[in-house]
Design a protein. Structure first.
Ligand code: B12
Lengths: 217, 481
C-alpha cells in the first residue's frame, strides 16, 4: 500500500467514526514505518477537518462528531508510545486545562503526551475547569508552565478572566502561560498577555522547552 | 466533566411565596406527559429537571420521572453519581438553551444523552433529558474507559459492566432524529420562545463558519511551516480539503500583519461578486477576510472595527450602483454603527460583520436581479478590445473587479472553455485575417495580435489550425491564385 493511500484511509476512518477499523490501519501505517507525527498530521487531522466542515454545513450532526472524536482518541492511544521522544531527565512541570464551558480535550491530551515525551511532568486538570480550581492546583502543584486549551470561540473570554485571577494569586505570579486550541490566535494570545502560543502540539513543545530554558521564544 | 464547581445548581430565580419551581402545576403535568409519551414511544429513558424558584439551599431542583436504565440506577445509588447527573443535566439544559437546538453529549459515565430546554419569556426554566445509550460496540476498550470514568464512585466494576451490557445501541442518525423529535415536542407544548431559539441557532451557524475559517487558515500556515522546514522535499498534494476549491485570497505566510493590504484586495473581489449576484461566493470572501484579520492582524480592536465598518460601507456603496436607494442603506449603517460601539471582543465583532453584511446583501438583492452572464459578456468585450496588447487573466480580472481564480471559474462554467483559450481563439482569428489579407510578415502579425514571441505564436497556430502560419499564408495565396 502507498503512503498516501493509507493516510487517506485513516482520514476516512475518522470521518466515518470507525474506532475499530482505525486501529487496524494505524497498525499498518506503523508497520510501513510512517512516523507517528505523519500519521497524526497527515492522516488523522485532515479527517477531523473534514468532519468540522461537514458539521458546519449540516451534512453531519453531533453524534457523528462524537464518533469521530472517539476514533481519534482510539488512534492517539495506539500512537502514544510512538509520539514520545523518549527524553529522560526532568525538564519541569506543566499543568494543562481546558477552559470553563469547553469540553474539547483531544488537542490538549495530545499535547500532554508529547510534553511527557519531551521530559516534562504533566498535571492534567481535565475539561471545563473553573479559574478557582486552577488557582488551587497552582498552589499545590507549583508548575513552571500553565497550558490553557480553548476550542470554542465564545469561551475565549474565560481565558482573559483566568489569566487575571492567576496573576493575582501568589502561586500564579511566576508561572509561564502557554495558550492553544482552535480559537486561540497569536493576536489573541498577545492581547491577553500570555507568554506564548502554540499553533500545534509540536510547536507548543518547542515553546515549552524554551520557556523553561529561559531562552527567547 | 468537572463537578466541583457546583454553583450552577443554585442558580434558580428569586421568587416570593412557596413556589418550588417556575412552572405551574398544569405545565408540570404537561412536561411529565411529554416525557412519558416519549419514553413509551422510543423505549428510552427520559426525565426532567426544573430550576428552583428560589436560590435558597433548601429549594432543591425538581426532578420528574423515575430512572429506568439499570446502569443509571447503579450510578445514582451513590451520592457523587447522583450529584454528577444532576450537575450535568442542568449544565446540558443551559447549553441547549444557548445552542437553540438539542444538545447531544456523552454523560459523565459514558452514555449518550440529549438535553432540550424548557424556555418561557426568554428564561431558562428547566431541561428534559433523554437517551442513555451507546454509539459503540462493547469491547475491552470501552470497559477500560468505563472504569476510568467511574473509578472514584466506589461502585463494583463488574456490576456496572453487566448493567452496561443492557444499555441499548443506537446509530448516529437515529440519535440525531430522536433528539430533534424531543426538542420539537417540548418546544411546542411548553410554548418555548421559538424566535429566541432560532436566533441562537443562527448565531451558532455563524460561529461555525468563523471557527472553520480559523481552522483552514491555521492548516495553511502549518503546511507552509512544514514545507519551509524540509525545503528539499517537493511540495506534495495538500491534505484533503486543506484549501480545495477556495478562491484566491492572498496566501499568508510568516507573521507579518495583513491589515489594510488584504482588506483593499478583498474589497475589490467582494464588489465584483456582489455585482454578479454571487451571494455565497461573496460571503466566502468575507469569511476569509475576517478569518485573516482575526488570526493575524495585530491592530487594536478599535482600528479593526473602523476598518471593517469602512469596508462594509465601501462595498455597499460600490455594489449597489444605481439600484438601491442610498438612504435605505444609510439607515442600515446607522443602526450597525450604534451596535458597533457596544462590541468589546473579536467574536462579537465577527458576528456583527457577518450580520450587517447579510442585511446589506438583502437590501441589494431586493432591488435587482443579476446574471453571471453579464460578467462573461464584459470579459468577452474586454478581450476583443484588448487582444492586440499583452494581456493576462489578471488584467481581465482587474477590469471586472474579480479575482483571477474566481473569474476563470465562472467563465469556464458558463462557456466551457478558459479565458486563455478564448483569448487564443480571438487572436488566431485576427491573425488568420491578417495572413489572408495583408502583406505583413508572420512575426509582424504575431506582434499585432498580442503575441510577442513569434516561435510561440507559430506553435500555437499550428496546434490549432493544423499547419504553421507561414504555410498557411503560402497555402492561402496559392489557393487564391
Ligand atoms: C471533535 C469535536 C467535538 C467533540 C469533542 C470531543 C473531545 N473530547 O474533545 C464533541 C462532539 C464533544 C464536540 C462538541 C461540541 N462542539 Co465541537 N468540534 C469538534 C471538531 C470536529 C474537532 C476538534 C478536535 O478535536 N480537533 C483535533 C484536535 C487534535 O485539534 P485541536 O483541538 O485544534 O488541537 C491542536 C492545536 O489546536 C493545539 N492545541 C490544542 N490545545 C492546546 C493547548 C495548548 C496550551 C497549546 C499550546 C496548543 C494546543 O495542539 C493540538 C494538536 O496539534 C471541531 C472542528 C474543527 N475544525 O476543529 C468542532 C468544533 C470545535 N465544535 C464546535 C461546536 C459548535 C461544538 C458544540 C457546541 C456542538 C453542539 N451543538 O453540541 C459542542 C460544544 C461542547 C462544549 N461545551 O464544549 C464548533 C465550534 C464553533 C465555535 N465558533 O466555537 C467546531 C469548530 C465545529 C463547527 N464547524 O462548528 N465537538
Amino acid at each position: 500500500m502507498e503512503k498516501t493511500e493509507i493516510l487517506g484511509i485513516l482520514s476516512r476512518c475518522i470521518v466515518d467514526g470507525d474506532a475499530n477499523r482505525i486501529k487496524i490501519y494505524i497498525r499498518d501505517a506503523l508497520r510501513m514505518q510512517l512516523s507517528a507525527m505523519t500519521i497524526l498530521n497527515e492522516g488523522l487531522m485532515p479527517g477531523m477537518s473534514v468532519i468540522g466542515r461537514q458539521f458546519r454545513d449540516n451534512d453531519v450532526y453531533v453524534p457523528e462528531v462524537i464518533m469521530a472524536a472517539q476514533a481519534l482518541a482510539a488512534a492517539v492511544k495506539m500512537l502514544k508510545p510512538f509520539l514520545v521522544d523518549r527524553c529522560t531527565g526532568n525538564r519541569g512541570k506543566v499543568m494543562l486545562a481546558t477552559v470553563p464551558d469547553d469540553i474539547h480535550d483531544l488537542g490538549k491530551n495530545i499535547l500532554g503526551i508529547m510534553l511527557e515525551g519531551a521530559g516534562f511532568s504533566v498535571v492534567d486538570l481535565g475539561v471545563d475547569v473553573p479559574a478557582s480550581r486552577i488557582v488551587k492546583a497552582l498552589e499545590t502543584e507549583r508548575p513552571d508552565i500553565l497550558g490553557l486549551s480553548c476550542t470554542l470561540t465564545i469561551t475565549l473570554t474565560h481565558i482573559k478572566e483566568i489569566i487575571m485571577v492567576v496573576r493575582q494569586a501568589p502561586a500564579g505570579r511566576q508561572v509561564k502561560i502557554l495558550l492553544g486550541g482552535l480559537s486561540v490566535t497569536p493576536r489573541f494570545a498577545k492581547s491577553v498577555g500570555a507568554d506564548a502560543y502554540g499553533i500545534d502540539a509540536s510547536v507548543a513543545v518547542q515553546k515549552a522547552l524554551s520557556m523553561v530554558s529561559g531562552s527567547k521564544l | 466533566m468537572d463537578v466541583s464547581s457546583n454553583t450552577e445548581l443554585q442558580q434558580g430565580k428569586e421568587c416570593e411565596g412557596t413556589l418550588v419551581n417556575l412552572l405551574s402545576e398544569n405545565e408540570q403535568a404537561i412536561v411529565r406527559h411529554i416525557t412519558d409519551l416519549y419514553s413509551t414511544a422510543t423505549g428510552l429513558d427520559s426525565e426532567y429537571w426544573l430550576e428552583p424558584a428560589s436560590t435558597s439551599p433548601e429549594a432543591q431542583i425538581m426532578m420528574g420521572n423515575a430512572v429506568q436504565t439499570g446502569f443509571c440506577q447503579i450510578i445514582r445509588s451513590t451520592n457523587d453519581g447522583c450529584r454528577r447527573c444532576h450537575y450535568q443535566a442542568t449544565k446540558a439544559g443551559r447549553q441547549s438553551f444557548d445552542l437553540g437546538q438539542p444538545y447531544v453529549y456523552v454523560c459523565h459515565a459514558g452514555l449518550i444523552e440529549w438535553a432540550v430546554p424548557i424556555v418561557q419569556d426568554q428564561k431558562y426554566l428547566g431541561v428534559v433529558v433523554a437517551g442513555r445509550l451507546r454509539l459503540w460496540d462493547l469491547d475491552t476498550e470501552m470497559r477500560e474507559e468505563l472504569g476510568a470514568r467511574t473509578r472514584d464512585l466506589g461502585i463494583d466494576a463488574d456490576d456496572l459492566w453487566q448493567a452496561m451490557e443492557n444499555v441499548p445501541y443506537m446509530s448516529a442518525d437515529r440519535v440525531e432524529a430522536a433528539s430533534q423529535l424531543l426538542f420539537s415536542s417540548v418546544c411546542y407544548h411548553m410554548g418555548s420562545d421559538y424566535r429566541l431559539l432560532h436566533h441562537q441557532k443562527k448565531l451558532w451557524g455563524e460561529r461555525s463558519c468563523m471557527a472553520e475559517e480559523i481552522a483552514r487558515q491555521k492548516m495553511v500556515q502549518l503546511q507552509d511551516m512544514s514545507i519551509a522546514s524540509r525545503q528539499t522535499v517537493p511540495r506534495k498534494k495538500a491534505p484533503a480539503g486543506a484549501n480545495n476549491g477556495q478562491p484566491s485570497v492572498p496566501r499568508r505566510t510568516g507573521t507579518q500583519s495583513p491589515s489594510s493590504f488584504v482588506l483593499v484586495k478583498n474589497e475589490q473581489e467582494l464588489i465584483g461578486r456582489i455585482r454578479i449576484g454571487d451571494r455565497s461566493g461573496a460571503k466566502e470572501i468575507l469569511n476569509q477576510t475576517l478569518g485573516n484579520i482575526f488570526l493575524y492582524s495585530e491592530d487594536e480592536l478599535d482600528i479593526v472595527k473602523a476598518r471593517l465598518f469602512a469596508l462594509l460601507t465601501n462595498v455597499g456603496r460600490a455594489a449597489v450602483q444605481k439600484h438601491t436607494p442610498w438612504e435605505d442603506l444609510g439607515r442600515l449603517y446607522l443602526d450597525a454603527f450604534q451596535q458597533l460601539q457596544q462590541i468589546v471582543d473579536i467574536e462579537s465583532l465577527y458576528i456583527w460583520t457577518v450580520q450587517v453584511f447579510d442585511q446589506l446583501m438583502n437590501e441589494i438583492y431586493i432591488s435587482r436581479d443579476n446574471s453571471r452572464f453579464s460578467i462573461v459578456g464584459q470579459v468577452i468585450q474586454y478581450l476583443q478590445e484588448h487582444y492586440a496588447k499583452e494581456i493576462s487573466v489578471n488584467d481581465v480580472a482587474r477590469a471586472v473587479h474579480l479575482s483571477p481564480f474566481y473569474l476563470s471559474r465562472i467563465f469556464k462554467e458558463e462557456l466551457d472553455f478558459t479565458i486563455v483559450e478564448y483569448l487564443i481563439e480571438i487572436r488566431l482569428s485576427a491573425a488568420r485575417y491578417l495572413l489572408e489579407n495583408s502583406i505583413l510578415t508572420v512575426s509582424q502579425i504575431a506582434k499585432q495580435v498580442g503575441c510577442h514571441d513569434p516561435a510561440y505564436f507559430s506553435r500555437i497556430f499550428k496546434k490549432h489550425i493544423g499547419i504553421g502560419p507561414k504555410e498557411y499564408q503560402r497555402w492561402w495565396k496559392t489557393s487564391k491564385a
